[in-house]
Design a protein around this ligand. Structure first.
Ligand SMILES: [Zn+2]
Length: 210
């Protein structure tokens, strides 16, 4: 298990000029031709359009603001509840920035509230908003933790992601069934090993149940 610290993440993504849908489709045609097939043959005619539309789904996270998402609304009447809030087995479907190949798995996310909590479903939506972008699993773990830290100022945040990478199973080293595990601990989770162990045993309990 590794604890990887990523560079400070940018919440907003900017780029010079967004290509048109037509330009994007043309790029897919080029890739098909480069692979060795004929983009004009019957079965491939509509493929560039489908691929571009699939990209809109795979990468819809660029249009979302995870921090705003966490803050709308937050709840402060939590009856003095100050123990761990955890969401386990959040489905992760993302694409690695190195190969644009899918990596699929689960995230476990926990935080220790500091008088303020977000709706539980928001944690899953934050995972989703970052997963639907290009990045590495290490960066994804850090982005989720940092967003929760920034939006809720909790006493600590823990994120663990376990995922299988198709860039490892379908190409390169061809290793199916290998899960990459990344963690990110902030605040109390970074300094208190008993708390961190509690998080990890809750996360591992979920794996035994699968
Ligand atoms: Zn990759």
């Amino acid at each position: 298990m590794t604890n990887i610290s990523a560079a400070p993440f940018k919440n907003k993504v900017t780029h010079a000029r967004r290509p048109t849908k037509q330009e994007a489709e043309e790029a897919v045609r080029t890739l098909i031709a480069w692979a060795g097939d004929d983009p004009d043959r019957e079965g491939l005619k509509e493929t560039p359009r489908r691929v571009v539309e699939a990209f809109q789904e795979y990468f819809r996270g660029y249009g979302e603001d995870p921090i705003a998402m966490l803050q709308q609304p937050t709840f402060e009447e939590i009856g003095g509840y100050d123990d761990l809030v955890m969401l386990r087995d959040i489905r992760v479907e993302s694409h690695c920035e190195h190969h644009i190949a899918p990596f699929i798995g689960v995230a476990h996310v926990a935080y220790l509230p500091n008088g303020k909590v977000a709706g539980l479903s928001k944690l899953a939506r934050v995972v989703e908003a970052y997963a639907k972008r290009l990045q590495t699993q290490e960066t994804l773990s850090a982005q989720i933790a940092d967003a929760i830290q920034e939006a809720l100022s909790p006493r600590g945040v823990a994120v663990m992601i376990e995922a299988e990478h198709q860039c490892m199973t379908m190409r390169g080293v061809h290793q199916p069934g290998v899960a990459a595990v990344t963690t990110r601990f902030l605040g109390a989770f970074a300094t208190d090993s008993a708390l961190r162990d509690r998080f990890l045993s809750l996360a591992n309990a979920s794996r035994r149940g699968r």
